[in-house]
Design a protein around this ligand. Structure first.
Ligand SMILES: *[C@@H]1O[C@H](CO)[C@@H](O)[C@H](O)[C@H]1NC(C)=O
Ligand SMILES: *[C@@H]1O[C@H](CO)[C@@H](O)[C@H](O)[C@H]1NC(C)=O
Ligand SMILES: *[C@@H]1O[C@H](CO)[C@@H](O)[C@H](O)[C@H]1NC(C)=O
Ligand SMILES: *[C@@H]1O[C@H](CO)[C@@H](O)[C@H](O)[C@H]1NC(C)=O
Ligand SMILES: *[C@@H]1O[C@H](CO)[C@@H](O)[C@H](O)[C@H]1NC(C)=O
Ligand SMILES: *[C@@H]1O[C@H](CO)[C@@H](O)[C@H](O)[C@H]1NC(C)=O
Ligand SMILES: *[C@@H]1O[C@H](CO)[C@@H](O)[C@H](O)[C@H]1NC(C)=O
Ligand SMILES: *[C@@H]1O[C@H](CO)[C@@H](O)[C@H](O)[C@H]1NC(C)=O
Ligand SMILES: *[C@@H]1O[C@H](CO)[C@@H](O)[C@H](O)[C@H]1NC(C)=O
Length: 278
């Protein structure tokens, strides 16, 4: 039994080199996610009468099982062969990528109809983030920048084997537009003099180029500005001649200013009215 089996594997290795790895024509592609499990179906098993199955990876035996034997595969091993002959791989690693071939080791099987399975490993996108510098965080977590400042955006993500990144801007009253895109991380973009029209939501969108899975992270950004002028104030007498009205306004700023009188604040509106009795 030993000798024919060895010869059989030698044949398989040659067969794989010629038809599978070399041409890639008869390959079926499967995508597995890093850390997950995958089950590769054994197409060459005839169903009835199969006694033994072996799986080869890149031409080397990775796992084999005598299906008529009483031994069942250990559940927590990296590789196991199911009762149907499928190869189960638990906790996928990057090194698991490769070309797999299932073989029915039963005597007198036609080995010409084998289909190789090319297993590809993907991971991500994860840790998608948009760093905006220099930006200040408000107590609620929203960031603001000052009008006219030079602001840089750093969009980054982790993906395997490759990814497409894009930085998308969505103004509060406009359609979204792609500011920049790149096929690797990080993606950097700069606005030399930021304006109120640049206020909106910035999203870093990452797509795994192999699995097409996408992930994004959005950051709202406010642009603060104050007018060049000083607040304008005037006074007049009130309805009652004993009243003096002081009026101050400071237009053209965002957000609306909080005007203070003396030691205590009076109003949060841009046009503040204060009356005092002499
Ligand atoms: C397998 O073979 C046995 C006897 O040769 C037969 O009785 C049985 O129906 C077959 N089963 C299948 C699924 O073909
Ligand atoms: C599979 O196991 C059965 C029962 O133990 C044995 O008779 C048979 O020879 C084995 N087949 C192979 C290919 O090892
Ligand atoms: C955070 O606070 C700012 C200023 O008060 C406000 O404009 C913005 O809408 C707030 N954002 C959220 C998400 O609550
Ligand atoms: C952008 O972010 C990535 C990942 O966090 C980091 O490695 C890189 O240095 C950053 N680039 C800049 C210009 O800050
Ligand atoms: C947004 O897009 C729609 C359809 O493409 C267009 O009709 C509309 O004018 C756009 N709005 C703005 C503010 O650009
Ligand atoms: C990913 O998208 C491209 C283009 O839309 C498509 O050709 C490809 O089949 C997709 N891949 C997967 C794994 O969905
Ligand atoms: C970001 O992801 C969320 C949920 O995953 C989705 O609803 C939203 O449309 C995405 N945004 C963009 C700009 O792709
Ligand atoms: C002055 O009188 C008008 C009309 O009676 C009244 O609406 C207004 O509130 C009064 N203003 C003040 C500062 O008392
Ligand atoms: C500020 O705006 C108010 C109303 O919006 C207007 O009445 C006032 O004249 C403006 N002041 C200046 C200095 O532009």
């Amino acid at each position: 039994m030993e000798r024919p089996t060895v010869a059989f594997f030698q044949f398989l290795i040659i067969h794989l080199t010629v038809t599978g790895a070399a041409t890639g024509q008869s390959l079926e592609k499967m995508v597995g996610t890093l850390g997950d499990s995958v089950s590769l179906p054994c197409h060459s098993i005839a169903g009835n009468g199969t006694l033994s199955v072996a799986w080869l990876k890149d031409g080397r035996i990775t796992a084999s099982r005598n299906l008529s034997g009483l031994l069942s595969p250990s559940e927590n091993s990296h590789f196991s062969i199911s009762d149907q002959g499928s190869l189960n791989i638990n906790g996928l690693l990057l090194m698991d990528k490769g070309i797999y071939l299932c073989n029915d080791l039963s005597p007198n099987r036609d080995t010409e109809k084998q289909t190789g399975i090319q297993l590809l490993i993907v991971s991500g996108p994860t840790n998608v983030r948009t760093d905006i510098k220099p930006a200040t965080a408000l107590p609620n977590g929203t960031f603001f920048v000052r009008k006219g400042s030079s602001v840089s955006f750093n969009c980054s993500s982790e993906s395997y084997p490759s990814q497409d990144l894009s930085l998308v801007f969505q103004g509060f009253a406009s359609n979204s537009s792609v500011l920049a895109s790149r096929n690797r991380s990080p993606l950097e973009f700069r606005i030399p003099s930021i304006q109120p029209t640049n206020q909106g939501t910035y999203s870093c969108i990452a797509q795994n180029a192999l699995s097409n899975q996408t992930a994004n992270q959005s950051t709202p950004l406010l642009v603060y500005y104050a007018p060049d002028r000083h607040p304008e104030c005037y006074w007049k007498t009130g309805n009652d001649s004993s009243q003096l009205l002081l009026h101050c306004s400071w237009n053209g700023s965002y957000p609306l200013p909080m005007l203070h009188w003396g030691k205590s604040w009076v109003s949060t509106s841009p046009n503040s009215l204060y009356s005092m009795s002499p």
